[in-house]
Structure formats: structure tokens, C-alpha cells
Design a protein around this ligand. Structure first.
Ligand code: HEC
Length: 121
């Protein structure tokens, strides 16, 4: 089992996730809603797979499952980034078997998505 602390997404993927988030999620959710302990502690101990499935099955509310698996994975990469988890070399896969191998664990801490360091790899 790996952890979200192990660099499980790539910086490029988080950037794509930010774009996807702006397009499909921002109108209803400020990203701060999903960063920091207030929300993320509820996921502590779960797998990335579980979060992925909630997003894929319920979001965006007007058309759940309308994004490609790859796009949900990128949005999760973005959410890890704004929770201050480090990127790694590899893109996070969107395959269930892989997502089941990644454990969500804190501490969760908000990092602003727009500062320059975040946008450069
Ligand atoms: C049309 C409005 C709307 C859009 C677009 C939307 N959501 Fe939501 N979302 C909601 C509502 C309403 C809830 C339930 C109340 C809440 O937590 O805000 C929710 C809940 C959530 C939750 C909490 C789920 C849980 O059970 O913990 C997450 C995470 C989430 N949305 C992520 C996303 C993501 C990522 C996107 C873009 C792919 C998105 N939402 C798009 C309205 C929306």
C-alpha cells in the first residue's frame, strides 16, 4: 500500500486537474472546500479509489460521470496538490487496481493553487 505522501501524481497532471476543476467544478465549489482537515479528515484511512468513485458517481451533480476517468484522476491530483502533498515523477493512473493501492492520510494543509511555484514543474 502506498500513501498520498509518496509523490503519487505528477505536477503536469495537477495542472491539467486545475483546468478541469475550473471548467467543471469551480462554479459550485471553491477549492478550499476540499483542502485542509475540515473536509479531508473525513477521508483519512480511505483509498484514493474511494474518493475517485464518489466523484465519478456524483460529480458534477448535473451530469455525474461525464468526465473521462483520466480527468477525474487529474482533478484528484489537483486536490492533493492544494492539500500540500508533493508531486512525483509519475502520473497517477485512473485504473481501479492502482487507485486501490493508494491510502489517504493527513495532515492536510491548504496550499493556494495559483501561486507561481505551483504552476511550474
Ligand atoms: C452544479 C453544482 C456542482 C458541480 C458543478 C459540482 N458539484 Fe460537487 N457537490 C455539489 C453539491 C450540492 C454537493 C453536496 C454539498 C456539498 O458538499 O457542497 C457536492 C459535494 C461534493 C463533494 C463532497 C462529496 C462527499 O460526499 O464528501 C466533493 C468532493 C465534490 N462535490 C467534488 C466536486 C468535483 C471534483 C466537481 C467537478 C468535477 C464537482 N464537485 C462539481 C455540487 C456540485
Amino acid at each position: 500500500m502506498r500513501s498520498i505522501k509518496d509523490g503519487v501524481y505528477s505536477i503536469e497532471q495537477a495542472k491539467r486537474g486545475l483546468k478541469g476543476y475550473k471548467k467543471s467544478c469551480l462554479k459550485c465549489h471553491h477549492p478550499k472546500q476540499f483542502a485542509g482537515p475540515a473536509y479531508m479528515d473525513s477521508w483519512s484511512g480511505a483509498r484514493i479509489y474511494d474518493l475517485f468513485e464518489v466523484l465519478r458517481r456524483t460529480m458534477p451533480t448535473e451530469n455525474p460521470g461525464s468526465l473521462k476517468r483520466d480527468q477525474y484522476a487529474a482533478i484528484i491530483a489537483f486536490l492533493l496538490k492544494i492539500n500540500s502533498f508533493p508531486p512525483g515523477e509519475k502520473t497517477m493512473s485512473s485504473e481501479p487496481a492502482d487507485l486501490k493501492q493508494i491510502r489517504i492520510e493527513g495532515p492536510f494543509k491548504w496550499t493556494k493553487p495559483t501561486n507561481k511555484a505551483d504552476n511550474e514543474g
